[in-house]
Design a protein around this ligand. Structure first.
Ligand SMILES: Nc1nc2c(ncn2[C@@H]2O[C@H](COP(=O)(O)OP(=O)(O)OP(=O)(O)O)[C@@H](O)[C@H]2O)c(=O)[nH]1
Ligand SMILES: [Mg+2]
Length: 425
């Protein structure tokens, strides 16, 4: 075991190389695990899987998230970006975009761009998009290809809100059709008692006021037929150490609701932007996030494999699929397993012998039988068992490789995961 720093570097390198690694795994899948025909079929299924292809593409080419920010001067746009990043970023006006109503910025530190935004603070006209100048604005917004529109409103202010909502509605319709609109209520720390800046110590009365603000804005959106993908209250209140800009560190952290916003962004952004977001601001949890996406994809794949008439009921294919999932998650933790080890880990993964494979084999034998009686019933059964087993193995792998869980706890983790999976089905 190297230092924590070495481990982190190894991890980052593995994340960057994941796409190549997976290709290698598939070409090197040993013949005793699956036949050439099955390997080809599995590769075809993977290549056909848009989610997976997107993810691999995203890992190859992460790019900064792009937001359109709607909110008046002083609402807290720049502070929100800093709060998301946990760093005091430089706001660099990167291009002349030919309209006075919007400015395009990159938020940077150490030569790394965290976010790109179009800040529309200049917009105050409800006649928006009815003039020539507004066509330019529309073109600018469209060519920016934003990931999301963030609508910001101060918790302590109600002025302009109807107008801002109307403007946002036009922006969504003309230049952001189909994109997520995220409504952010800013500066909730300023609600009474405003002297309490420590989120852990917000009194119930303050939390109630925050809820009321959320409900209020929700109603205004509804009245205007404007649909928000999320409506989140935040405080971006941070006291930075008083040194030159680039080196400012957090001295007091009064952030509230920011984790929830990041979670939401990671789930709803284009995968390349989500990965970039994770890599730049949540390096220590990004591996887990990526692993979860893989579990999702492999769980679905396992279901497909079980349903596919060509390779149905072939347990070797599932074993291979699960081995690869295991190897990917190990790889994300900075380790590399060979197929033999992966298979051993799989078999020894605690209760899998009892709760996974055997059960699945029995069920699959049973399902062949069931198919004779109720056509179709059996394949649904084995698909859900294949998926559930794969899901459980992924969860156990995350616990073991990424969370350093104790080996003896893995049985329970597998059992719980299967249970959770069945509940969500
Ligand atoms: N208490 C508190 N103050 C905040 C918060 N967010 C921003 N502020 C303060 O509000 C003022 C404006 O914040 P900015 O982030 O610069 O606002 P902006 O929307 O980027 O403003 P423009 O760039 O002028 O459009 C600054 O003095 C911030 O320190 C917050 O969550 N809580
Ligand atoms: Mg600003």
């Amino acid at each position: 075991m190297g230092s924590q720093f070495d481990e982190m570097r190894q991890r980052l390198q593995h994340i960057g190389n994941l796409s190549n690694y997976i290709e290698e795994l598939f070409t090197k899948l040993p013949g005793n695990l699956i036949s050439d025909k099955q390997r080809k079929k599995m590769m075809d299924i993977m290549m056909d899987d848009d989610v997976l292809q997107n993810l691999l593409e995203g890992l190859k080419n992460p790019r900064p998230p792009r937001f359109v920010l709607v909110g008046r001067t002083g609402v807290g746009k720049s502070s929100l970006i800093n709060a998301l990043s946990g760093r005091y970023l430089a706001e660099v006006s990167d291009v002349e975009i030919g309209t006075s109503e919007a400015k395009r910025y990159a938020y940077e530190a150490d030569g790394h761009v965290f976010f790109e935004v179009i800040d529309t603070r200049g917009i105050g006209e409800s006649e928006l998009f009815n003039t020539k100048a507004d066509d330019t604005l529309k073109d600018v917004l469209l060519s920016f290809e934003p990931d999301a529109v963030l609508f910001l409103q101060k918790a302590t202010e109600r002025a302009h809100i109807d107008k801002d909502v109307a403007i946002t509605k036009k922006i969504m319709k003309k230049a952001a059709d189909g994109l997520p609109l995220i409504a952010v209520i800013t500066q909730v720390d300023d609600l009474n008692p405003s002297r309490e800046k420590e989120p852990e110590r917000y009194p119930t009365t303050k939390l109630q006021l925050i809820d009321e603000k959320v409900e209020q804005l929700k109603r205004i959106f509804e009245q205007n037929n404007l649909e928000a993908a999320a409506l989140l209250p935040v405080s971006s209140y941070i006291e930075w150490s008083d040194v030159e800009e680039a080196n400012r560190a957090i001295e007091f952290d009064g952030r509230f609701g920011i984790e929830e916003l990041i979670d939401f962004l990671e789930d709803s952004l284009d995968v390349r932007a989500a990965i970039h977001l994770g890599l730049s601001i949540r390096l220590n949890t990004i591996s887990e996030r990526i692993a979860h996406r893989f579990i999702k994809v492999f769980t679905a794949l396992a279901g497909t494999v079980a349903l596919s008439p060509i390779i149905a009921t072939d347990i070797a294919v599932l074993l291979a699929l699960q081995s690869i999932l295991l190897m990917i998650i190990a790889y994300l933790s900075g380790r590399e397993l060979d197929f033999k080890t992966a298979r051993e880990v799989l078999v020894s993964l605690g209760g899998i012998g009892a709760t996974g494979f055997t059960l699945r084999m029995i069920a699959q034998q049973g399902s062949k039988f069931a198919n004779l009686v109720v056509p179709g019933a059996g394949s649904a059964l084995s698909a859900s068992i294949a998926s559930g087993g794969t899901y459980a193995i992924g969860k156990a792998a995350i616990a073991y490789f990424l969370r350093d869980a104790d080996e003896k706890d893995l049985k329970d983790i597998v059992k719980h995961a299967r249970h959770d999976y069945e509940k969500t089905m």
